[in-house]
Design a binder for this molecule. Sequence first.
Ligand code: 5AD
Length: 500
Amino acid sequence: MPSYSLVTFGCQMNQHDSERMEEVLQRAGYAPTTDVEQADLVLLNTCSVREKAEQKLRSEVGRLGVLKRSRPELLIGVAGCVAQQEGERLIKRMPQIDLLIGPDNIPELPGLLRELAGGAPPQVRAAFDLDSPRFLTLDAGLPRARQVSSFVTIMKGCDERCSFCIVPTTRGPERYRPSEEILLECEALVAQGTREITLLGQTVDSYLDPTRKLPANPAAEAALAMLPSGETAKRRGAGIHADESEFPALLRAICERVPGLARLRYTSLHPRHLTPSLIQSHQSLPQLVRHVHMPVQSGSDRVLRRMIRRYSVAEYLERTDALKRAVPGLSLSTDIIVGFPGETDEDFELTLDLMRRVGFVGVFGFKYSERPGTPALKLTDDVPESEKSRRLSALFEVSEGLRRAHLERLIGKEETVLVEGLGKTGGYTGRTERNEIVHFGSKEDVLGELALVRITGAFKHSLEAELVDEARRAPLPAQLASAGAALASGRPGRVNLPVV
Ligand code: 5AD
């Protein structure tokens, strides 16, 4: 049986694509291996959101090229956003590559591999499925390890035109998945042991059900009536029962249809679509976690306009304040770009002010990097690299301080933790509703359970706790601790590389 090794770069969307790609490969008769040196096929699932991610691909292909010299039968495949963005150009520049496959073409993988096995020249498939969008669906028939937390894609592509962003080029225009398909996949996952689902999409909150099957959300109906009358009529005529999107209606449908689901998360939001109906969903659906990741990108209106983000700092604050008022204890995390063209010191200081004002408990900070074909190329990338680095360090200092204070405030508090796995050094690890990572010991098997713990200490990025139920608190047996280390080292055939 031929073997494959899959290396994943980048975002959760890519991680999810990789999971589905593994299923497609296994159905096609490939077996996973962690040994890249021995694999018959090495597939790199790539990211191109920032230049650094692309550089990683180049060095990885270079390394594999050396291996291929001694094992010419090795197949090197490139999937994901770089494949989509570069297409044949990439093969011209890196002739070691045998296969390029865009995110929408994954179902064609087995056919392309057969062509290659039959001696065909390098294969390229990077076409968007605009007319009949396909969504990679869980292959429920394959044996799989229990996954406490799973991803479900609800939409793909992006219709925003943020000036810095390559995603509309690499993932295409927005296409939404039929609600019934989403519901069936959630049900199947929960039947297989999943307790938490994260709904995925570039802008999940712009979701509209293409089949118009979702029941109207009464709050959204009221908000719909308040739109300009032409717009209300247009939406009603199209069968859309929502002020902005049907995302809140989808959330409600999932919570109603899948009672075994303990927690529901989603990522990423665009602040433009954080509507009153969505805020209301957080109040009325207990499964929705008390954490929202909502990229703000900058705390300066001038920069936000140049980024074409289509909201102001005041609007961002208005919406996050409303969310925090509606859901006490809700935490927020965000993405921020530093050194965007024309960003002055004052603009940057405004970003730091906004971070403190919102009290983000997690900030993913990035130095601006020019991306091919993006509108921001027309602006001059005028912030020197050294200044970008300085701003990024200053941003991290503020965000570390916010996170430390937040984690320390939790010491002594009781939290419900969804137990996701075994820790590297023994014990269990899970996450609170707000997404803080918690380590604790238990002599009983609590994997997949919601455990009540008391926080006893704070590390830099996580918390230490003890089970509130005394009977369960005990050091971990040695064999479980070593199983924990094996588990933490990852599943066979899969290596996840975070992109910084
Ligand atoms: N340069 C730097 N950061 C970027 N991001 C997206 N495009 C760029 C770019 N050209 C960041 C944004 C986004 C996150 C996924 O990556 O902050 O939210």
